[in-house]
Design a protein around this ligand. Structure first.
Ligand code: DX5
Ligand code: ZN
Length: 219
């Protein structure tokens, strides 16, 4: 059970302190939401900020690309210090090739689906994925509510992963809090992104510990 707090909800005027608090608080990954104003309506950060984040923490960076044609930027985000790069099946015409490019840098390749995209889209790349992310909100903003039908998709993907016999992490992202993480864990997720669910609380370490405890109770 891993917790990947999304720094999109952090206070960017004190990012070093926020990262230190997450590291001290036991975060397994730092989730970095990259948005281009095209694939999603919002614009967030680019490779130079990822590179700065990398210098400020030893926690592996879990970089979620919500950008059109991610193939154009894999080299930049790899050089910036990503450990995992996750791309959307809807954002590229060359999914298999993009995933090979990520692996070519020695990184974990992640693949993800919008809430409206069926799990079957993952089948052709199941042998290449190190992580599958089920989006439980429509990407673009933090602080949205968890979409209940995501649980069905998590269960479906869990079956696909188990049938593959491969070691693939199953991540869920969007609206995860201490109050609902148990259900997502019971459905089969083992890596949990949480933005507002961590950053709206006073003690990140305490919240991360509670998230893990609740997740384990769902298993
Ligand atoms: C949504 C992002 C998420 C988001 C999570 O587009 O991919 O990672 O920041 O934030 P919460 O946990 O607040 O939904
Ligand atoms: Zn994300």
């Amino acid at each position: 059970m891993k917790i990947s707090p999304s720094i999109l909800s952090a206070d960017f005027t004190k990012l070093t302190g926020e990262l230190a608090a997450l590291e001290k608080g036991g975060a397994d990954y730092i989730h970095v939401d990259v948005m281009d104003g095209r694939f999603v309506p919002n614009i967030t950060i680019g490779p130079s900020i990822v590179e700065a984040i990398k210098r400020a923490t030893t926690v592996p960076l879990d970089v979620h690309l919500m950008i059109e044609e991610p193939e154009r930027y894999i080299d930049d985000f790899a050089k910036a210090g990503s450990s995992i790069i996750t791309v959307h099946v809807e954002a590229t015409r060359h999914l298999h090739k993009v995933m090979q490019a990520i692996k070519g840098h020695g990184l974990k390749a992640g693949v993800t689906l919008n809430p409206g995209t069926p799990a079957v889209m993952l089948e052709p790349v199941i042998d290449d994925a190190d992580l599958i992310l089920v989006m439980s909100v429509n990407p673009g903003f933090s602080g949205q509510g968890f979409i209940p039908s995501s649980l069905r998709k998590i269960r479906e993907v869990r079956k696909m992963i188990d049938a593959s016999g491969r070691k693939i992490e199953l991540q869920v992202d969007g609206g995860i809090k201490t109050s609902n993480i148990k259900e997502a864990a019971a459905a089969g997720a083992d890596v949990f992104v949480s933005g507002s669910g961590v950053f709206s609380t006073p003690d990140y370490g305490k919240t991360i510990a509670e998230l893990k405890k609740q997740a384990l109770s769902g298993r």
